[in-house]
Design a protein around this ligand. Sequence first.
Ligand code: MLT
Length: 407
Amino acid sequence: MIHINEHYLKLQASYLFSDIARRVASFQEAHPDREVIKLGIGDVTQPLPPACIKAFHAAVDEMGSRDGFRGYGPEQGYAFLREAIAREDFLARGAVVASDEIFVSDGAKCDTGNIQELFGLDAKIAIPDPVYPVYLDTNVMAGRTGGFKDGRYEGIVYLDSTAANNYVPELPREPVDLIYLCFPNNPTGSTISKEQLRRWVDFAREHKALILFDAAYEAFIRDPALPHSIYEIEGAREVAVEFRSFSKSAGFTGTRCAYTVVPRDCMAYDRQGNRQPLHPLWNRRHCTKFNGVSYPVQRAAEAVYSPEGKAQCKELIDGYLANAALIAQAMRDLGYRFVGGDNAPYIWIDGRRDSWEFFDLLLDKAGVVCTPGAGFGKCGQGYIRISAFNSRENVVRAMERIRAALA
Ligand code: MLT
């Protein structure tokens, strides 16, 4: 008899964004005449930067020629892309990352979900609340938690991110082994200072723990004092893996390209307490389970770092940040407390009522889709997240409708 992995039965209903999509679809079926504006899932809406499209086309043409054709590429990514990433995303900011410490992949969601395979099933995991659900769900699937009770999984050390700590969690009071951090944060849009991040790095070093640092939204940072990479902090290379993505920085959600940095000096431990470098383990996993991102997509990603590509990506992100400012202004005018939107594409709003109730209200009265904060964890109850990923026109119309609905 074939048995299932019963840890899957512990998972709460469906994946948050699938749940929302279903609710929106049934609303649209019931109200075919109502136009819905989606500010829920953080999916980009603007076309790819022209520099990326040009490189993409040229690479597709190469694939159609006898000389330019390529079969399997290196699983870790082509050198041209890894070298551009190391130079532009790290060395240019004074962070030391070598090109062979970069693993190109098809998404930060997959990488942040897969990385937990490298660690013992008894690892003590610290996860922020609210949180991007993938970190938590993948540990539940692997069997690192008990059951779901009172809105939380047993066995997880939750790191509360609330108004009281300005949505930057305090260090855990007990030792933990694996720490998930995401800054600029999804879902709250909050940011972490270098000093605060240094405390996490010091904590990880003291406890021989590992930080999984999700920096998928770093391109939205406009405050020059904020760190873009955890490797800007001294000592982080030994205790941190960093995840990045072209999804939000260059509009690649449908194109798929991201990368993970595993420094050669980043360590975990075997049962005898010996230091074990993570780089060969992740490399082994990557080579066994992944066949690389397509050549044209990697050429398109490389173009992000050209002078035109940099200017076009900045313009893209400035556009989303201007949307975020409009959302923030509307919430301020309506008297809601919120965080985010200035160095992140998300605005986290204290709705002063049940999250799903607020979600339904915005959908019914304004025809606007947001994300209920409760879907990101217990501390998200009472909040909603509004995403700035849409056209200016749609954001302006959505805010007009929300102002009318909530006034
Ligand atoms: C979100 O809305 O939180 C993101 O789009 C999810 C993701 O990037 O996978």
